[in-house]
Design a protein around this ligand. Structure first.
Ligand code: GCU
Length: 327
C-alpha cells in the first residue's frame, strides 16, 4: 500500500504534476485526502472543484484524489508544505503538529452544543485558527463539519471509562487523543485512518472512535458491533491550500478559491446532516448495538488532559478560555 503510494507520487512528480501545474492559461491543482468517496466530505471537495472551475471559467481545475491514494493525512500535509500537493482536507487533529493553537479543538468536551461549535468556528477564533498554520506553509480555507466522535468496539459496549481498561483503542496521530484515551484508562494506539479497517479486523486494536458517517462509510461497523454514543470530542475537518500554490495565484484567483471553499462548506453541512441520519439507519440495520452512556464519568476523567495542555503551553489556556467564554 505504502509502496504503491510512493510509486504513484514518484510518477506524478516525474510527469510534472506538482502542487499546481500550469500552462499559460490553465492551472491544475491536486487535492488529496484520506476519506472514501461515499463520504460527504469527498462530495463537498468535488463541489469545491466544480465551483472554482466555474468561477475561473475553466482556468483553475482541481483534481481530487481520495482514499489516502497520495498519503496519510500527515503525509499529505507534508506534501503541501513543500508545494508538491496543492490542497487537502484533513481532520484538525492531524494539524496538531503544525499548529499548537488548532490542537485545542481536539480537547474532549470542549463545546457545550452545536450552536457553540458554530459560533467558535465561524467567528473570530475560527479565522485565527485557520490562519494559524500559515507560517508552516499551510493556509486553512474553511472548516467542514465532522460531527462528534464516539467509541465503537468489537467485544463489548463502552458504557463507562472502566470499560476501556485493557482495551487497545485506535487514535488519530495526535498527542491530545493519546492523552485523552490514557486519562480514560484505555491504551491509545495510533493507526492511520486508511489502515484502520484491517487493524480492527486483525485485532491490532480492539476499539476506535469516530463520527457516524466515518463509522458507516469506512465499513468499520462490519467489525465493530457496539457503538457507544458518548460524543467525547467534536473535531472539525479543515480544507487547506499550500502557501506555495496560494502565493502563485492572483488576488482575483485567491478570492475565487476562498469563495469556492466557503460555498463547499455550506454544501457539506447539508450533506452532513443527511449522512448522519443515513449512517444511523444503516448501522442499526446491520445489527450494531447502540447505547448512550452517561457523559459525566468520561468528562470527569479527562480533566487531567486540560491540566496537561495548559501546563505545557500556558498560552493555550487563554485560547481555551476564549472558546469557553464564547456565547
Ligand atoms: C474523521 C475525519 C478524517 C480523519 C478520521 C480519522 O473521519 O473526517 O479526516 O481521517 O476522522 O479518524 O482519522
Amino acid at each position: 500500500m505504502k509502496y504503491n503510494r510512493f510509486l504513484l507520487f514518484g510518477l506524478l512528480l516525474l510527469f510534472g504534476y506538482g502542487g499546481c501545474q500550469s500552462d499559460s492559461r490553465i492551472k491544475v491543482i491536486k487535492m488529496g485526502h484520506a476519506q472514501v468517496t461515499a463520504h460527504p466530505v469527498h462530495n463537498a471537495m468535488v463541489f469545491l472543484a466544480k465551483k472554482l472551475e466555474e468561477k475561473s471559467k475553466g482556468r483553475i481545475r482541481v483534481k481530487v484524489y481520495p482514499n489516502q491514494q497520495l498519503g496519510t493525512e500527515r503525509e499529505l500535509l507534508e506534501l503541501l508544505q513543500i508545494g508538491s500537493l496543492g490542497m487537502t482536507k484533513v481532520s484538525a487533529a492531524s494539524l496538531e503538529a503544525f499548529s499548537p493553537e488548532i490542537s485545542v479543538l481536539g480537547l474532549p468536551f470542549l463545546f457545550r452544543d452545536d450552536d457553540h461549535i458554530s459560533k467558535v468556528l465561524n467567528g473570530e477564533i475560527g479565522t485565527e485558527l485557520l490562519l494559524s498554520s500559515e507560517k508552516f506553509w499551510l493556509r486553512g480555507l474553511c472548516f467542514y463539519d465532522a460531527g462528534k466522535r464516539s467509541f465503537y468496539s468489537k467485544a463489548k459496549p463502552i458504557e463507562t471509562p472502566a470499560d476501556l481498561t485493557g482495551l487497545k483503542v485506535r487514535v488519530q496521530e495526535s498527542k491530545m487523543a493519546i492523552n485523552m484515551i490514557r486519562s480514560m484508562g484505555g491504551s491509545p494506539t495510533p493507526v492511520a485512518y486508511g489502515e484502520l479497517y484491517t487493524a480492527l479486523q486483525q485485532g491490532i486494536v480492539d476499539a476506535a472512535e469516530n463520527n457516524l458517517p466515518s463509522f458507516y462509510n469506512s465499513r468499520h461497523y462490519e467489525v465493530c458491533k457496539y457503538l457507544s454514543i458518548d460524543e467525547h470530542t467534536a473535531i472539525p475537518d479543515v480544507v487547506l491550500v499550500s502557501t506555495v500554490v496560494w502565493d502563485q495565484l492572483s488576488p482575483e484567483e485567491q478570492q475565487w478559491m476562498q469563495e469556492a471553499a466557503d460555498e463547499s462548506a455550506i454544501y457539506q453541512s447539508e450533506l452532513w446532516k443527511a449522512s448522519v441520519e443515513e449512517s444511523m439507519r444503516e448501522v442499526q440495520k446491520a445489527g450494531v448495538q447502540i447505547s448512550y452512556p452517561s457523559k459525566e464519568p468520561f468528562q470527569t476523567q479527562v480533566q487531567s488532559v486540560y491540566e496537561l495542555v495548559t501546563k505545557e503551553n500556558p498560552q493555550l489556556g487563554q485560547l481555551i478560555q476564549r472558546i469557553q467564554n464564547t456565547k
